[in-house]
Design a protein around this ligand. Structure first.
Ligand SMILES: C[S@@+](CC[C@H](N)C(=O)[O-])C[C@H]1O[C@@H](n2cnc3c(N)ncnc32)[C@H](O)[C@@H]1O
Length: 215
């Protein structure tokens, strides 16, 4: 089986994306683990991870590099986080406010020496400022009405150079057409950041857009 490194730390076999299983863990969410030339890789499922969905939908450059410190907001049980800890060699600070998924996140963090789970509310970055230093990237995936404000607040608070916002239009306004919401959010983001790319996640996720921005 042939596998190529499409972006640093992100591999592709012509059909699926993978990250290298460098923490030598079991499967995290039922994903397949393959071995190629003695190295183990975890298959990345675009239906379970919006970042992988964005890759399948044509992300032209991958926003997380090997030496990026990442602040991840809305970590849930760590599905996407687990892949990010295999892409960057630096720290991943993962914030989640619901206790149940947080318990699973702690298990995912056990073998991953670069993952710091934080039980906290992304609306209040001052709650975790004593743990999180300045970061390179803010990644956010929380379905809240004020998700754009939360994202911009955290980018500014931690002086992030890059941001990835997984926007769910229906959480902002159920009755408005996603197209209108996406345009309004693009205008709002453009006031404070430069939008590098935006990618619709359909058919993997309905009414979602991935915005990749630079500060
Ligand atoms: C769609 S899930 C995230 C899935 C995850 N990003 C992944 O790809 O594996 C959204 C998560 O955001 C969390 N969340 C929502 N609002 C939050 C907030 N204000 N602070 C922290 N977590 C929040 C929810 O509890 C939920 O677990």
């Amino acid at each position: 089986m042939a596998i190529e490194e499409r972006f640093p730390g992100v591999f592709f076999d012509g059909e699926s994306y993978y990250t290298e299983n460098r923490w030598d863990t079991e499967s995290v969410y039922g994903e397949r683990i393959i071995t190629v030339k003695g190295r183990k890789y975890r298959q990345w499922d675009p239906r379970r991870s919006k970042l992988c969905a964005a890759l399948h939908k044509g992300l032209s450059s991958f926003p997380i590099k090997k030496d990026d410190v990442v602040l991840y907001l809305g970590a849930a049980s760590g599905t996407t986080v687990s892949h990010i800890t295999e892409i960057t060699e630096k720290e991943v600070y993962a914030v989640e406010f619901a206790e149940r998924p947080f318990r699973n996140l702690i298990k995912v963090a056990e073998p991953r020496k670069n993952l710091m789970p934080i039980l906290g509310n992304a609306r209040q970055p001052s709650e975790y400022k004593h743990i999180v230093p300045e970061v390179d990237v803010v990644y956010q995936d929380i379905a809240q009405r004020d998700q754009v404000e939360i994202f911009l607040k955290n980018m500014a608070f931690f002086n992030a150079k890059k941001g990835i916002l997984m926007l769910k239009s229906r959480s902002m306004n159920v009755s408005e057409k996603p197209k209108i919401v996406f345009q309004r959010v693009a205008d709002q983001l453009s006031e404070y950041t430069k939008i590098v790319q935006s990618v619709k996640l359909k058919p993997y996720e309905k009414d979602h857009m991935a915005f990749i921005v630079k500060a």
